[in-house]
Write a protein that binds this ligand. Sequence first.
Ligand SMILES: NC(=O)c1ccc[n+]([C@@H]2O[C@H](COP(=O)([O-])OP(=O)(O)OC[C@H]3O[C@@H](n4cnc5c(N)ncnc54)[C@H](OP(=O)(O)O)[C@@H]3O)[C@@H](O)[C@H]2O)c1
Length: 311
Amino acid sequence: MSTTPGVTDCTGGLAVVGAVCIGALLLTLLCWCWRAFKTFILSEVWRVDLKKYGGWAVVTGATSGIGKAYAKELAKRGLDIVLISRSNEKLKAVAEEIEAQYGRRTMTIQADFTGGGSIYPAIKEALSGMDLGILVNNVGMTYNVKLQRFHEVQNSEQIVNCNMLSVTQMTRIVLPDMVKRGSGLIINIGSATAAKPCSLISLYCSTKAFVKYFSQCLETEYKSQGITVQCVAPMVVSTNMTWNCPVNCLVKSTSDFARQALNTVGYSSYTNGCISHGLQSVVFGLAPGWIKSLAYLIKRRRQVKEDLHEE
Ligand SMILES: NC(=O)c1ccc[n+]([C@@H]2O[C@H](COP(=O)([O-])OP(=O)(O)OC[C@H]3O[C@@H](n4cnc5c(N)ncnc54)[C@H](OP(=O)(O)O)[C@@H]3O)[C@@H](O)[C@H]2O)c1
């Protein structure tokens, strides 16, 4: 059977396009696997010495959850720790725990990050003259009620102050000395919810999108000056914010998360912090928007039922 020359050319062309596409896809997959291997596996073996950044680390929101776990892990790796949170009592307890467990020095600063710009001069004063190598901008909050439409949110100004203003102002406090020394590490805790728009937590996930974008901008601005800026975007970690849900292969414990996430310093400027959250984030990224909306609507329905039951 004979084929016309035009049809043969066309089939040959399509085969080349197909081969190029498959090749590009395989190359992308290979790059992704190498990045994941480097960030989550290699980093377990070759850890960056965090003491090279300076003697002290500042952690905001350091009395529970992810912040407390970062503070303890940093102390374990040889840094002295400045803890900042609202409750003096809790600050004292965590400071004593760190001193007893790791023999590091601690300092505590009581501050409420919902308070707006007026709180920062006192924090700056308290931190002045210290050898600050690391800042962990961890403090963050979400709605008073679990899930809400934006017009129903009561604490929107507090969320903006706590999740965004704290990141910019704390960074402004530590950066000048880091620039002078030509060394420093700033870790900003974002959230995997910032990867794509999410309904019923729109303000929360938008503040976290700001954290991601701001971190990436700073990283390009200060990398050449010896300052590393990393954004860590967790999925679910078992803390007060997530109602201390049980730890399993998807939900991380705070200590495990902080240890693995700190290993990724120097390997990745944007990370989900651990391999489990990295894989979940890929799946989350592929899911069409309506699936996520459906999940939220189901949760919302459950919540309304619970509230009615409580009444
Ligand atoms: N847990 C997760 O699954 C998850 C997922 C993605 C992202 N994140 C992010 O991770 C960060 C930490 O979350 P978490 O789950 O560890 O929260 P958490 O368990 O609720 O802990 C929050 C910490 O911040 C302090 N804090 C809260 N509001 C404050 C304020 N207005 N001023 C000063 N300190 C304040 C709290 O201490 P005091 O009460 O003593 O002040 C506590 O130490 C947040 O930025 C959050 O958005 C968490």
